[in-house]
Structure formats: C-alpha cells, structure tokens
Design a protein around this ligand. Structure first.
Ligand code: HEC
Length: 171
C-alpha cells in the first residue's frame, strides 16, 4: 500500500450521506453496524474497501421501499394501509378508477392537494386532500409507483423525468 493510500485510509471517516437523515439523496443510508459492537475489531481498511458496495446496496433497497415508507408516513392515516379509504369521507386508492382516468394529473394532485368534489368508482367525495409540497419529484415518483402497483392497481411505472414534466405544468 502506498503512503498516500495509507494516509487516506487512516484518516477516513464516513462521508455525509451515511448520516441518518430524512428524504432525498440523503435517504441512502448504509448500515453503520459493520465493524461496530462488542468483540469486533474496528478495521478501517476493510471498511474502506466495502463502503462503496454498502452505499450501493443501501441506495437500491431504500429506493425500492421508499414509496412504501412515504405512503405509511404521509397517506395511510387517511387512505388506509391497504388503500381502502374511509367510507364516504376518503376515497379508496385500491382499484380506484380515478388513478387510471387522471394519471397525468396525479403528480399535481399530490403536490398541491385539493378540496373539490371528486368522483371515485362512482362515489362522490368532497373533503380535503392535503398538499405535499415537501416531497421531491423523485419521492413523488416512488410514491405513485407504489400506489399504482398495489391493491389491484397495475399501471406502467413512472419515471422521474415524466413526473418532473407534469409537475412543471401544474405550478
Ligand atoms: C387528511 C387526509 C388525507 C391524506 C393524509 C391524504 N389524502 Fe389523498 N385524498 C383525501 C381526500 C379527502 C381525497 C378526495 C379529495 C376531494 O374530495 O376533493 C383524496 C384523494 C386522493 C386521490 C385521488 C382519488 C383516489 O382515491 O384515487 C389520490 C390519488 C390520493 N388522494 C392520494 C394520496 C396520497 C398518495 C397521499 C399521501 C401523500 C394522500 N392522498 C394523503 C384525503 C387524504
């Protein structure tokens, strides 16, 4: 090992994306447990060699489940954990014809919320759907892809590019 590399290894500390945080690119959390805990000797060189792999694994698994997590955090309290809705107050997402009939408008609906009469599967609703201005286009994409592929829904997955383009039109 050259002197240069040795110095980098010895002075290595985990970079910012490994800190625990919410949302966006920073949600790529890699497990910090490697090398921690009783009986395991901390070996920076080994950690250094595997960190890029850990980071990748963290990103992939997180993005795959990001939609599900966001749904649980921001939506399930109203729409239900199976997208079943709540009687005449909250429309269902499960098997909702609104999702297919208004596909292109959904990014704006989630972003801005709405409070007008809305008909879902033949039932009229008039209640407040809150805005989600804190969610990024990437988060909205994962969220919509989650909703649109669960509970009997089977839409083609969205790309961030498409969602961004639809958001640009609604502002
Ligand atoms: C405070 C309760 C509440 C929360 C939280 C909420 N919604 Fe809604 N949502 C509603 C209501 C009420 C409507 C119907 C709006 C109307 O009557 O104009 C609705 C309508 C919808 C619709 C269109 C109709 C349908 O059922 O297909 C979608 C899609 C939707 N919400 C998705 C979401 C997503 C995704 C989240 C989380 C980011 C979310 N909602 C959070 C109450 C809520």
């Amino acid at each position: 090992m050259s002197e240069n590399v040795r110095q980098r290894v010895e002075s290595f500390s985990p970079p910012a994306p490994f800190s625990r945080g919410e949302g966006g690119a920073h949600s790529c959390q890699a497990p910090l447990s490697a090398g921690e805990g009783p009986g395991v000797r901390f070996r920076p060189a080994v950690l250094f060699a595997f960190l890029p792999l850990l980071a990748l694994a963290g990103c992939f698994s997180n993005n795959r489940h990001q939609g599900e997590k966001l749904y649980a955090q921001h939506c399930a309290s109203c729409h239900g954990d199976q997208g079943q809705g709540l009687e005449r107050l909250i429309p269902p997402l499960a098997g909702s014809d609104y999702l297919t009939d208004h596909r292109r408008e959904l990014p704006c609906l989630l972003h801005n919320g709405q409070n007008e009469v809305m008909v879902v599967n033949g039932v009229g609703y008039h209640n407040v759907m809150p805005s989600n201005k804190g969610l990024s286009p990437a988060q909205l994409t994962n969220l919509l892809n989650y909703i649109e592929s669960h509970w009997g829904n089977e839409a083609v997955p969205r790309t961030i590019h498409d969602v961004q383009a639809q958001l640009d039109k609604c502002r």
